[in-house]
Design a binder for this molecule. Sequence first.
Ligand SMILES: [Zn+2]
Length: 257
Amino acid sequence: MRVIQPADLITAFCSKPERRRLYEGLAKATNIILTPASEGAWSTRTANGTRTITYTPTDHPEACLAHELLHIQLQENGYRCYLTAVSFAPKHDWVLFLLSKLDNELQHHKLYPAFLRLGFGPEHMYYDNDRDTYRLIQKDIARFTSDSPVEFFLSAYVPTIAPGGAGTTQDRLAIENQLRAKASTQTWKTLMAIRKVIMEYRDSNTLDAARTIARIMQLLGQYEPTWIGHTKRFPDDGIFIGNPFTMEEARRALAGT
Ligand SMILES: [Zn+2]
């Protein structure tokens, strides 16, 4: 794994015109900071208008940087991260898990073509540990039963339809087969319906994922009523899944009165 000097990395990255256009365009539009961490995958967080990219040692720093910059670009172009929720649905405990999973996956489907256009190979779309992903998922699935929550199945399934990555077609097929063998007929049907919804979002011209997330929650079932938001401004900056409610109604329901 190479240790990274941010200034050198940016210079190397910007030696290709189309990569330089991406970096310079974003650096003009928003404040980008690179900060080191010793392990884990790269990530980006936004606070008070600053985008902080956390970098870790990797064999492919330019691809990792491109990946994070494309997340930033997508958000600058109008993609909203629905990561906030108010819910008193039967599955309210699952909502935040589901939102963070979908947020990441849905962004990847939208930014992947641009990643390839920058001249990177499909296998470098994710951080180096991606090559372990499939093995870990197979271990997870081995512990599933047909009664396991459909969210477990979904979480093992989405990487098989993720764009790019180190996994081969055989890896993906092996997981699909393993999942299909474990899943109830209903769970498998739900996964296939969700797949269709994700692909429709990928192929659509819209960046707003709210409707897509709502449809996925409806397919999974027991997520009503829930509000999901791209900020904490309830109810203006989000949408309801199921009937609308007030914060007071949510409080009362969660307190069990
Ligand atoms: Zn990502």
